[in-house]
Ligand binder design. Structure first.
Ligand code: FE2
Length: 399
């Protein structure tokens, strides 16, 4: 700041006012000042001047007499602190040299008790170290050397009040942001809670629906087994073996469940066959054999209209295909046969070998292993057979 003599030093003793005698300028909303330098709508902008020299206070008062500020004064630090505690003050200006307490110390205390109050220190001598220190520590907004230039000081005061207004605005904005964040967090928690409740309800409904599907499927499988007592438990066993093989072949989700469900329903087409034919001992006549060979298509036709969450119709339709293309109904070969159907074919044959049938007793474990190995690559997908043999070796499937 340019160092000049105060333009009108000194004041008659009668004009000196104490802190309790706050005076106002021409009005709160001077037409000479933009709105932003005045206080809030309900209170005037208040400046507290602290100096033990009455002529300095008088000069400042004169300097600001046409400004829309309420001026409070104090001649020492104790009164100043008391005033700041009681009054709404936006700016405090004090002398660096005062009896009892330095200006910097006073400003430190003001900063502690009312950090939002902007602080300006006057000093009669240029102590650069003290000025730099006070500004760096955030104690003061400006360090003004006496004597001052009136116009420049008015500008500094306006800047200080603008600084105060911006700080207040920032605090308000921060408060609003914090409040909005708090509301958002609350909304978020409520949303998470509702999503959690809804998810649990959906999961429960889904489980109920799934259980309902399975009970219907098991009822259908039971209908087949009622007609053919020799295959009792066969559907469940095929489903279990097929499911273990599918899992070992890394099938997951609907594909894995589809293999299991198709295992339960794979012979659903036998519902249309006579019980006598199903339990016939000995060889079938060609015409009878033709009827039996149709059960995959019949099964697929029964299941096609059903809306199920698993892709099981192709698996039921192709479960009698052979890897070398000699199976039925389509004579598909190798990987043209759906993987689930290749798994079912092995599981079906394995359970048939491993249980008594109307036309023969169960095979020995050795015979079963020989049959499986002999069938790999022609009757069965060799990879599926390898997986089954591994599961048998690991005792996950018993003979
Ligand atoms: Fe079958």
């Amino acid at each position: 700041m340019t160092v000049t003599t105060p333009s009108q030093p000194g004041l008659p003793a009668g004009e000196s006012r104490s802190a309790d005698e706050g005076v106002r300028g021409r009005g709160r909303h001077s037409t000479f000042l933009p709105e932003e330098v005045v206080g809030s709508d309900d209170e005037p902008t208040t400046i507290l001047i602290v100096d033990d020299e009455t002529n300095v206070i008088a000069s400042l008062r004169r300097l600001l007499r046409h400004e829309p500020y309420r001026i409070l004064t104090a001649s020492e630090a104790g009164t100043a602190l008391e005033t700041i505690r009681k009054e709404s003050v936006q700016l405090v200006m004090c002398d660096q040299r005062m009896p009892g307490m330095s200006g910097t110390e006073l400003m430190q205390r003001v900063k502690l008790s009312r950090p939002e109050v902007v602080r300006i220190i006057f000093t009669g001598y240029l102590d650069m170290n003290a000025a730099v220190d006070a500004i760096n520590k955030g104690e003061v907004f400006r360090f003004v050397t006496k004597p001052w230039n009136d116009e420049e000081l008015r500008l500094v005061i306006r800047q200080a009040l603008e600084h105060h207004r911006l700080l207040r605005q920032n605090r308000e904005l921060l408060k609003q942001v914090n409040e909005q964040n708090r509301e958002l967090r609350q909304l978020n928690r409520e949303l998470e809670r509702r999503v959690g409740v809804r998810t649990r309800q959906i999961r429960q409904k889904s489980d109920e629906l799934r259980a309902s599907y399975f009970s219907t499927i098991q009822a259908l499988a039971a209908a087949v087994e009622v007609k053919d007592p020799y295959t009792r438990g066969h559907s469940e066993s095929v489903a279990r073996y097929a499911s273990l093989i599918a899992q070992a072949m890394d099938l997951t989700g609907h594909h894995l469940e589809g293999v299991r469900v198709a295992g339960i329903l794979h012979d659903i087409g036998k519902l249309v066959l006579d019980t006598a034919l199903l339990s016939k001992q000995g060889n079938l006549e060609p015409q009878e054999w033709q009827l039996v060979r149709e059960h995959p298509q019949v099964g697929a036709r029964i299941l096609a209209p059903a809306v199920l969450p698993w892709p099981i119709v192709p698996l039921v339709y192709h479960h009698h295909e052979r890897y070398d293309g000699t199976g039925y109904p389509e004579g598909l070969e190798g990987e043209a046969i759906p993987l689930g159907a290749r798994i079912l074919a092995v599981a079906d044959a394995f359970d048939a070998m491993n249980s008594d049938r109307s036309y023969r007793t169960r095979l020995t474990p050795r015979q079963i292993l020989v049959e499986l190995e002999a069938g790999a690559g022609n009757l069965f997908d060799p990879d599926v057979v390898t997986v089954l043999l591994t599961l048998i070796k690991k005792n996950l499937i018993g003979l």
